[in-house]
Write a protein that binds this ligand. Structure first.
Ligand code: SF4
Length: 472
């Protein structure tokens, strides 16, 4: 992607009934690192107590040595990686969050955004609730904690009745691990098995890493309770596979790992199909197709297959540029694009080039890339984007900039082409993207392109803006 800062918010992982549960979770979080780079954490249980280790940074920053895993004893554990948009990434907001209340201890890891979070939090605070964090995830625990509920599960079910938006959850208590997917199924969650152990994961690539077998996806609206008696599924909102769902189409286009199976489809294959659709919709005469690595690779392959134009690596990614790359001087800022992606002159010189990227958000990075391709000798540059133009923010767990900064929300196609200094530009249509994704259109959320939000957005405040309000 154009490296313009869109980030997934979180990834979750859990293991029940394994002697090395915390270590497996640690490995699972490694596989899910792309879903959140700013904090990581694991909570484990030995059946009596819960143990926690979490911190800011990558999984490798938080779990540096074996000593960090040693305190996480027990046969069950859940873990979480998280991304936050603000400079105020706080340790207290790192997940899993761990709470002690009238029904015992509970840890929670959350992927998604609760869209009525502010309203619920104001209401809870009016009744005297004291929040420990500034995340929307804690609201679920407060809603669960009413003393009148007979047990944790009843509390959780009642809490879910109140929250709106996107939530994929893993919870851990001394006696059970619980997985939840919201009724519209915005974010993925899968069930796996390794020996006699059960596994929950945001993506199947994390199952692969620990050699767990994929069992099935957790269904939208399903609450799965895993304990020593086995697995039990509940459907507090009813069970309807026929009703509207809202799988995030952008999981396929950009966020999920290409080797994962998400919403029943292998991401890499969907991306190749996106490229094929793109080539049919926006043909062009050119000498070479080059992908913007890594996420443009599969779409470029698909584009090449349909257009007959050969694909070649025309820019090479430096895989060692970390998220913490400092920009201490103007010189470094000016060279940043080349530090990440270096054009290969021999591939580009004198040639008509089709550049395939998976998205353009603000457009500034894309513009710099085109400049650097021209400097490397490209004769013509034809931008092809394997998703529709982004015009709207996401309220369901993806950090897009607001409309004022979204290139396509403020310019028409020709203005975008001129701004980027491309010879031509073509975005995939929403119909083409849906065809490539493979399920009927009613199964997907497409709001960041179409503006048709699958839930009512009343507040326009997400977990991060709530954080900004409270940490300034
Ligand atoms: S608005 Fe876009 S990014 Fe957000 S859930 Fe919907 S499709 Fe995904």
């Amino acid at each position: 992607m154009s490296g313009e800062g869109i980030k997934e918010n979180c990834g979750v992982f859990g293991v029940w009934n394994h002697p090395d549960a915390a270590r497996l979770v640690y490995l699972g979080l490694y596989a899910l690192q792309h879903r959140g780079e700013e904090s990581a954490g694991i909570v484990s249980t030995d059946g009596e107590k819960l143990f926690i280790h979490k911190g800011l940074g990558l999984v490798s920053d938080v779990f540096k040595t074996d000593e960090d895993l040693k305190p996480l004893v027990g046969r069950a554990a859940i873990g979480h990686v998280r991304y936050s948009t603000t400079g105020s990434t706080l340790l207290k907001n790192a997940q899993p969050l761990l709470f002690d209340y009238s029904h015992g201890k509970v840890a929670i890891g959350h992927n998604g955004n609760i869209t009525n979070a502010k309203r619920l939090r104001d209401e809870l605070e009016a009744y005297g609730a004291i929040f420990q964090t500034t995340t929307d995830s804690e609201i679920i625990i407060h809603l669960m904690a009413k003393p009148s509920y007979r047990n944790r599960l009843e509390g959780l079910t009642q809490a879910l009745e109140r929250v709106e938006g996107a939530y994929t959850l893993v919870l851990l208590t001394e006696s059970e691990m619980i997985g939840v997917r919201d009724p519209l199924g915005f974010r993925p969650l899968v069930l796996g098995r390794v020996g006699k152990s059960h596994v929950l994961a945001s993506e199947t690539c994390a199952l692969d890493l620990i050699e767990a077998e994929f069992v099935r996806e957790i269904e939208p609206g399903e609450v799965v309770v895993i304990n020593d008696k086995g697995i039990e599924s509940r459907y507090p909102f009813g069970r309807s596979q026929e009703g509207p769902q809202a799988f995030c189409l952008f999981e396929h286009i950009y966020f999920s790992r290409p080797d994962s199976r998400v919403f029943g489809k292998t991401v890499l294959i969907v991306r190749e199909r996106l490229g094929e659709e793109l080539a049919r919709e926006h043909p062009v005469e050119a000498d070479v197709v080059i992908p913007i690595p890594d996420s443009g690779n599969s779409a470029a392959l698909g584009f090449s297959r349909v257009s007959g134009i050969p694909v070649q690596d025309g820019v090479i990614r430096n895989h060692y540029v970390g998220r913490t790359f400092i920009q201490p001087s103007q010189l470094v800022r000016d060279l940043k694009v080349k530090i990440k992606l270096n054009p290969v002159r021999e591939v580009l010189e004198g040639r008509r080039v089709v550049v395939v990227d998976d998205s353009i958000v603000r457009g500034t990075t894309c513009k710099q890339r085109i400049q650097s391709l021209r400097k490397a000798g490209a004769k013509e540059i034809h931008m092809r984007v394997s998703c529709p133009p982004h015009k709207n923010p996401c309220y369901y767990g993806i950090d897009f900039p607001d409309r004022a900064q979204l290139l396509a929300a403020n310019k028409n196609l020709d203005e975008i082409r001129k701004f980027l200094d491309a010879d031509s530009i073509g975005y995939l249509s929403i119909e083409g993207a849906l065809r490539a994704a493979g399920h009927p259109p009613s199964k997907y959320c497409t709001a960041c392109w179409t503006g048709k939000y699958p839930t009512t957005i009343r507040e326009g405040v997400d977990k991060f803006s709530m954080e900004i309000l409270r940490t300034l």
